[in-house]
Write a protein that binds this ligand. Structure first.
Ligand code: UVW
Length: 319
């Protein structure tokens, strides 16, 4: 997907803001440092109706699992079931216990997931300036485990870009900016505050189910598009976590410069914004449209996997 005319990320982001060192030389969770007891208590005050939403997409969906090109969906294998006890060599437990066991072989970025801050890089340096060689054979630095240990709790705000634009889903390669997010929030009657977790709905992955294999033809998801102003806005707003219902949280190839996923570098690598991808925001969005309440309590913790560059998660939203 590299385009010859595209600038290098080093060139594109030469003047871009950075939070490296802001939380010390050993930091591995970046913008999650913005979230402390104050944010948790304030978020808890948003629980009013007691409605609970889980926003993970099903792993092993019989209709298919949308993944980034080159990745493959999780494969679940049944290891033990009642048929196991048809065999002569089946284990026999005093009392007659039988059980089912299974396992999955899965890309850790192949479902709803948190990316570790070291997941992407350029110029030989990952988040906080760690040497990119620390990724070799497993993430020695800025892996997903510190995020998982800490957990993520704050006020979440849904920005329903698809409804705001009057569409069932955003189109291939459709873009929006932070100004559009602000306009969407104003239209929804919700204020965006510093340290909010942003959940952006495009409903684009509906096309994965509607189009089948054709979904990947000319693959270019819709999403946020890079600009220096957008990056400054994320920095000023101290956004700790960006959650979307697309595979990669931004327009895949930037239409202005041809760079693939520049915001992964500008926001995740440089500012320490954690990315949560492939969320299922449909039930939540329908409810928000009905009760006109777009702010809520958000809590998530990815699986604790040593040295991993990401991990599956099933975030919980409570209204
Ligand atoms: C890539 O980094 C390529 O994708 P994602 O952030 O979706 O895991």
């Amino acid at each position: 997907m590299t385009q010859n005319a595209a600038p290098s990320l080093d060139e594109l982001l030469a003047q871009a803001p950075s939070n490296w060192g802001k939380w010390g030389p050993e930091d591995e969770v970046g913008g999650l440092n913005y979230l402390g007891p104050e944010q948790v208590v304030a978020a808890a005050a948003l629980i009013r109706s007691g409605k609970v939403f889980t926003i993970q997409r099903l792993i092993g969906d019989p209709k298919g699992d949308p993944v980034w090109p080159g990745r493959t969906p999780a494969v679940r294998t049944q290891i033990m079931d009642e048929a196991t006890w048809d065999r002569q060599d089946a284990p026999q437990f005093p009392g007659g216990l039988h059980y089912a066991d299974d396992k999955i072989d899965a890309f850790l970025q192949g479902s709803t997931q948190y990316d570790a801050l070291g997941h992407v890089w350029y110029g030989g340096r990952i988040w906080n300036g760690y040497d990119a060689r620390t990724t070799v054979g497993g993430m020695a630095k800025a892996g997903v485990e510190p995020i998982a240990q800490r957990g993520v709790v704050s006020r979440g705000v849904l920005l329903d870009m698809a409804r705001f634009r009057g569409k069932k889903n955003l189109d291939t390669a459709e873009t929006f900016t932070h100004e559009d997010l602000l306009a969407c929030a104003a239209h929804q009657g919700v204020e965006l505050r510093k340290r909010d977790i942003l959940l952006i709905r495009t409903n684009y992955l509906q096309l994965f189910f509607d189009l089948g294999d054709k979904f990947y033809d000319g693959f270019c998801e819709p999403g946020l598009v890079y600009s220096p102003e957008l990056v400054e806005w994320f920095a000023d707003m101290e956004i700790p976590n960006l959650v979307t219902d697309t595979i990669a949280n931004e327009v895949t190839t930037d239409p202005n410069n041809g760079v693939v996923l520049p915001l992964h570098s500008a926001l995740m690598r440089n500012l320490g914004v954690t990315f949560t991808e492939i969320a299922d925001l449909e039930a939540l969005a329908a409810d928000c449209a009905e009760d006109r309440t777009y702010e809520f309590f958000y809590a998530a913790a990815p699986l604790k996997i040593a040295n991993a560059s990401g991990a599956p998660v099933n975030p919980i939203v409570v209204k």
